[in-house]
Design a protein around this ligand. Sequence first.
Ligand code: GLA
Length: 736
Amino acid sequence: MRHRLLLALPLLALPILTHAQTAEARVTAPAGARVFRLDGNGVTYALGVDDKGYLRPIHWGAAVAEGDPLAPPIVAEPSSFDPAPTVTAQEYPGQGEGLVTDPGIKVAFADGNRDLVLKYRSHRVDGETLTVELADISQPFFVTLRYTIDPATGVLARSASVRNGGKRPVRIDQIAAAVFTLPAGDDYRLSYLTGRHAAEWTLKDVPVTPALTAIESRRGLTGHANNPWFAIGKTGQTDEAHGPVWYGGLAWSGSFRISVAQDVLGRVRIAGGFNPYDFGWSLKPGETLETPVFYVGYSGHGMGEASRDFHAFQLTHILPEHARAKLRPVLYNSWEATTFDVTEAGQMALAEKAAAIGAERFVVDDGWFGARDSDRAGLGDWTVNPRKFPHGLKPLIDKVKGLGMDFGLWVEPESVNPDSDLYRTHPDWVIGFPGRPRTEARNQLVLNLARTDVRDHILGWLDRLVSENDIAFLKWDVNRRWTEPGWPGASPADQQRLYVDYVRNLYWILAELRRRHPALEIEGCAGGGGRVDLGMLRWVDEVWPSDNTDPSDRLAIQDGFTHAYTPAVMMAWVTDSPNWANTRVTSLDYRFLSAMQGGLGIGANLLKWQAEDVATASKWIAAYKTIRATVQRGNLYRLVSPEASASTSATMYVGRDGRQAVLFQMLHSSMWRDNPPAILPQGLDPARRYAVRMLGGGALPAGVPASASGAYWMATGLRAPLKGDFAGAAFVFEAL
Ligand code: GLA
């Protein structure tokens, strides 16, 4: 019998429904049994209180029927080396009773006790949210767990907060947002995203074994090396289109850790939250500490569906304007064309060229402020450089607006060059340990955003900059990680609050700036893709996935990126050839076809382009505008991964209303005798007829009919007869 049954709130402005097309979530807590379940989009997540009072995981996966017998499993003690409490999987275990898996929370009480045993205290259901309170068995120490399920995607949001109800501080050494448990099995595989600067977003996978795998950052910011995302599938069952996938992303932009390991009974334990490495928080009497949110989902139909559901969730629940967000305008950015050598005349000349090919936004990158002629000086001095812009930014902005574009500017608010007026005035504003050397990276130090004066200073100049100039867009960059993570002036017990307070203040600045300037759009950048996560995606409209703009490398980068994040935020620029990073030579057509698979930008030196290049670019930009809603908001099908095939790759985007779909086919290299198989589209409506055309114009390849049913296209496939190296084509399907 249910004592609460509450239906979904109609809070989605524009419903983006996924495979099961359900829009109802249920959070139920039947009386007596003390079992709670959250249901949405064919997914059931169930937990319950056992006879000893532990809060226990019961099920996370495909939906089970209403009234099915859900109960915490009975645990048999395998041996005296693994006593019952240590093998009882808990929803959020305290580090106590000899726990040997990663805890939800590990603390030290002021009397030296480090044994924390959390048991059920109460629960509440409000709409789609379940709240469960736990308490230690003897200390006034409380943990509140929150669970919310999204009806359309089945994505579950979990977080925790802890409260010290005692009279003395409690030291928190480790705290997760959530802990998850999957049933015993030796066939799980963990996928994660890794890389480094200019080579981000490589998808790797490893077997899940008793050897703990940690996906983590110890760098103060998310970092290029590990992204806070995971996906777990089953060997032999899970691929792009089939099999179970449990996945998730942590909404945190600082040092984080997601750990995955099999426990002694072969179950998979997943914990994610603040990185315990160098963490420490002295929780004062009466104080509460909130964790970030860990968003997780389940798909029974492979990695492709898992990403599509997660993308839909990001569009409707994470991105700043949710489903009302504007489509990404075609932007021009001058960084690769000019680097630091920006001048009013030079930027105006580029702006004329950019407008002529169809750009809608013109962005001046690094070099416009302070004494910024290289990366050695000026960072921190956010006043317009009078030599480069003698009349301020206004003449350039007026020119850009007169050309029909809006104006954007690069900023790096969190860093400072020691050679800057800001640093000379406030040498105490940077992170470091007093009296010890501080490592410089790109000749810069990290401003201590955890300080409220630094936070207010940054908001102050950004607010002035945006208020005094007609700025539609900021590219918010950060170009180094932390080293020597000290907070000069903070007490020894509170030093490590830096890891949390810095990130919270970063979000606070972004939130406040957006509140004061609702029309402002922001791009998140960290030397490329060094800070892309669900925490940042709440405050930025788009991200810069990588400084690597080689169009072929970019296909692999985009393939990895979209496993976790929506193409709606994934910017990609067409730049010059040979590419600056790897000297690869590619055609302008190929560069466009690669970049059009996300938010399109141009980063080439247009002053060097020939008339023919201008015509080619104009053609592709006009073509992109006819499909960008499908690319940015549609469902993505990774048909042939660039990682899986040495010669060809293909992606397909299907509009959510089913009216349009676009298939990109890319050839990396070929031998003259190659005869690659047809590419089979996915996601079309089998019963609907579609006309097909080549994106950018031109005749259909021989043998490809001008129209046919979705069933026909998906059964027989199609391909363009591409030859040589680095070639591409795109087919557009329009429902008739
Ligand atoms: C970082 C960014 C680049 C560019 C430079 C400017 O590397 O990722 O796109 O903005 O900084 O210094």
